[in-house]
Design a protein around this ligand. Structure first.
Ligand SMILES: *Cc1c(COP(=O)(O)O)cnc(C)c1O
Length: 228
C-alpha cells in the first residue's frame, strides 16, 4: 500500500492542534489524550507516527492487529483493542494488548481475567450502549452496575471506565455517557476509574467538551479506509 509520509505527519499535527484547542476550550485540568486508530493501515504508517511522538494505537481486527504488533515489537507502543470481542479470541487479546475498550459481557471479562494471569493487569473499559438499541453493541446502562460489581473481583483486570460509540453525532449521548460515568464513580469509588473513551474524527471536540479523556481518531490522521 502506498502512502504519503508528509501528508500523514501534517494530518497528525492538525489533529493534535484540534485536540489541544478542544482541551483548552473545555478548560480541562487533565487534557484528553489521543488514540490513533490504525485499522486497515500498514505497520509502516504506525511506525512513522510513533516516530513523530504517538504512543497509543487502536486496532479492531484481531489477526491484522497481531501481525502488526509482531512487526512492530521493537517499539514500546501501547496497544488498545477496540473491536468486538468473540469468546474464542480472548486469549490473544489478553496476551498482546495493554487496553481493551469493548467489554460488554461478564463472560468476556472473566476469560480475559483468567488469560491475563502472570502479566501486568489489563486496562479495561466497559462499552456502554447508551442509545439502548438492539442493533448496537455494548452493555445497557441498567446492566452496568452488576457488570462492574462482578469485575471488581478480577485481579488481572484494571477497570478504568467507559467507552461509547453514539448512534449519531450531535446528540446528547455524550452528556448521558458522562453522567453515567460520574454516577458509577460515585457508586463504586474505584481508585482507577479515570477514563472515558469517546469521540472520533467527526466529533472529537464535542466529545472533549463533554468530558472525554481519550478520543479515538482514525480517518483524520490516516485518511479514508479502503476495505478489500
Ligand atoms: C474505526 C473506529 C474509530 C475511528 O473512526 P474515525 O471516524 O475513522 O476516526 C474509532 N472508534 C472505533 C470503535 C472504531 O471502530
Amino acid at each position: 500500500m502506498h502512502w504519503d509520509k508528509s501528508k500523514l505527519l501534517i494530518n497528525y499535527q492538525q489533529v493534535l492542534q484540534a485536540l489541544d484547542a478542544a482541551n483548552q476550550a473545555a478548560n480541562r485540568q487533565s487534557p484528553a489524550g489521543l488514540l490513533a486508530v490504525s485499522k486497515t493501515k500498514p505497520a509502516t504508517m504506525i511506525r512513522a507516527l510513533y516516530e513523530a511522538g504517538q504512543q497509543d494505537f487502536g486496532e479492531n481486527y484481531l489477526q491484522e492487529a497481531l501481525d502488526k504488533i509482531d512487526e512492530l515489537k521493537d517499539l514500546p507502543i501501547t496497544w488498545h483493542y477496540i473491536g468486538s470481542i468473540q469468546r474464542n479470541k480472548t486469549r490473544d487479546i489478553a496476551k498482546y494488548f495493554d487496553w481493551v475498550h469493548t467489554i460488554e459481557r461478564e463472560v468476556i471479562a472473566k476469560r480475559l481475567n483468567e488469560q491475563r494471569a502472570g502479566l501486568a493487569p489489563l486496562n479495561v473499559l466497559i462499552q456502554v450502549n447508551i442509545d439502548d438499541e438492539d442493533s448496537k453493541s455494548g452493555c445497557l446502562p441498567d446492566e452496568l452496575p452488576s457488570l462492574i460489581s462482578s469485575m471488581m473481583g478480577y485481579e488481572n483486570l484494571c477497570l478504568r471506565g467507559l467507552m461509547v460509540i453514539p448512534d449519531k453525532a450531535g446528540g446528547d449521548a455524550f452528556v448521558r455517557t458522562k453522567a453515567l460515568f460520574d454516577e458509577m464513580a460515585e457508586r463504586f469509588k474505584l481508585p482507577q476509574w479515570d477514563s472515558l473513551s469517546m469521540g472520533m474524527s467527526g466529533d472529537m471536540a464535542e466529545a472533549v467538551a463533554n468530558g472525554s479523556t481519550m478520543v479515538r481518531v482514525g480517518t483524520a490522521i490516516f485518511g479514508a479506509r479502503e476495505y478489500a
